[in-house]
Design a binder for this molecule. Structure first.
Ligand SMILES: *Cc1c(COP(=O)(O)O)cnc(C)c1O
Length: 454
């Protein structure tokens, strides 16, 4: 029998995260205070974030950061996650490529997001913080954070965009099951929410507004800190456990990836999977290709612009140097909720600018078609976000078929789709549509960032 799963024991859970910033040929440009245009320091973030996370955000010196033992212990509930050779998918595609996937869907929260949620909750507890807060769009991050908060004895308050709160009742139930409070945003609990509801009592909310509410709560509640599930450097670093394990597991399989693919929202799973391998490109001249798979309806890497922009719609955050579609970008309501973000993390953006990374954009229907093929061959129903990585991997595998080359493809299966079956329903009934943006639409939304770079 051919070996399908490559497993590592709990003792092999990484003891350190890999900090890409330390080895980048060109460091990211500084994060700027929007009022003064001066570079920001870790201390500037202390009112909002835990101190340790703020320090990690700016650390360009230490290549390796120790993972606290209490976090490794919590990781052991689901790590090391399996690396799987997708033989059945290879057969269905009739490709000479070897396709591997790292299965992050096995976590209690059902996605890779827990890798950072546990770290952020731990550092909050260490600092004597009692409450943590965040926003959630589709609900994956809220679910992961509520689980992590319960493990470290913290109170957790999640603001969920009102439209999703009503459309995705089970994500809301997951947050409640793990013991967190969940509030539809906009809400009457904050100034930002009240202002919107006064104007329109039926406001359906937005990620930008939910971020404003969560930050306001953190700033006005004693012992309360804000957390974020993607985009930021420290979040990407926490996710490197994915790539570090995969590196050892690929060695068990006796192979090394030629191509690494991940879906791309704010970049945390992409960075976490790619960076431990990218270090070998930079330090030893390896030639692995890294492909970010993004939705055609939110193409910040393939069609966005590299410049300073806000991380949120309201313009409350520092200015980040990144690929962006403009902070006023309004993505269509695609089903991969976790990929509907206007910008990319600053490390990834710099690496993309320097030519280390490639990106492709995919139509929604193509991604679901890929997800269904994956479910029927490999037996796992993928999250709509993960379907993007699968679709891009299939494209590469089919290129191998054409050229007759045997390449090793590795992708990250970020989550399962059990709470997203409504989206699959719509795919089967033909209700899912593709929305490609016109150049005019993209240009007018990027103008909101251009205005900040004058
Ligand atoms: C949030 C999410 C993503 C996208 O986030 P990144 O930070 O880009 O990794 C992808 N897949 C799933 C299942 C998610 O929950």
């Amino acid at each position: 029998m051919k070996q399908k799963k490559f497993m590592l024991p709990e003792s092999e859970i990484p003891t350190e995260w890999f900090n890409m910033q330390a080895i980048m040929p060109n460091k990211p440009l500084p994060i700027l205070n929007p009022a003064t245009r001066q570079p920001m320091k870790a201390e500037d973030l202390y009112p909002i974030f835990c101190e340790e996370c703020a320090k990690q955000e700016f650390n360009q010196k230490d290549e390796w950061i120790p993972i606290p033992e209490a976090v490794r212990e919590q990781y052991s509930a689901y790590r090391c996650t399996p690396l799987v050779r997708a033989y059945e998918l290879e057969k269905a595609l009739d490709t000479p490529a070897h396709i591997y996937f790292k299965n992050e869907s096995v976590s209690p929260a059902g996605s890779h997001k827990l890798n950072s949620a546990l770290a952020q909750a731990y550092y909050a507890k260490q600092q004597g913080v009692t409450n943590i807060t965040t926003e959630t769009g589709a609900g994956q991050w809220g679910g992961a954070l509520s689980y992590a908060a319960s493990k470290f004895g913290l109170e957790c308050a999640v603001y969920m965009v009102r439209a999703s709160f009503n459309q995705k009742p089970y994500r809301r139930s997951i947050v409640q099951t793990f013991g967190a409070a969940i509030t539809p945003s906009p809400s009457m609990s904050t100034r930002a929410g009240k202002d919107l509801l006064t104007i329109n009592p039926n406001d359906q909310g937005s990620l930008g507004c939910a971020i404003s509410e969560a930050i306001e709560l953190a700033l006005t509640t004693p012992n309360c800190k804000y957390t974020l599930g993607s985009v930021l450097n420290h979040v990407a670093m926490h996710q490197t456990v994915i790539g570090l394990e995969a590196e050892k597991q690929m060695a068990l399989a006796g192979e090394y990836p030629d191509i690494i693919v991940s879906c791309f929202g704010g970049g945390s799973n992409f960075c976490g999977t790619a960076f431990p391998f990218l270090r070998h490109n930079i330090q030893e001249g390896r030639k692995t290709r890294f492909i970010a798979a993004e939705p055609a309806s939110c193409p910040k890497l393939t069609k966005g612009k590299f410049e300073y922009d806000f991380a949120d719609e309201a313009g409350l955050t520092p200015l980040l140097p990144m690929y962006t579609l403009g902070h006023k970008f309004k993505p269509s309501a695609i089903h991969a909720g976790g990929l509907r973000y206007h910008g990319a993390g600053i490390i990834l953006s710099q690496l993309m600018k320097d030519g280390y990374i490639e990106a492709v954009d995919l139509e929604q229907t193509e991604t679901f078609k890929a997800g269904v093929l994956f479910a029927r061959t490999e037996g796992i129903i993928p999250a709509p976000e993960s379907c993007h990585a699968i679709a891009a991997s299939i494209q590469e595998a089919l290129k191998c078929k054409e050229s007759g080359e045997q390449k090793n493809i590795l992708f990250c299966l970020t989550g399962h789709g059990f709470v997203d079956m409504g989206s699959y329903d719509r795919f089967f009934t033909g209700e899912l549509t593709n929305s490609t943006l016109t150049n005019e639409q993209i240009a007018s939304s990027i103008a909101s960032a251009d205005a900040l770079n004058k």
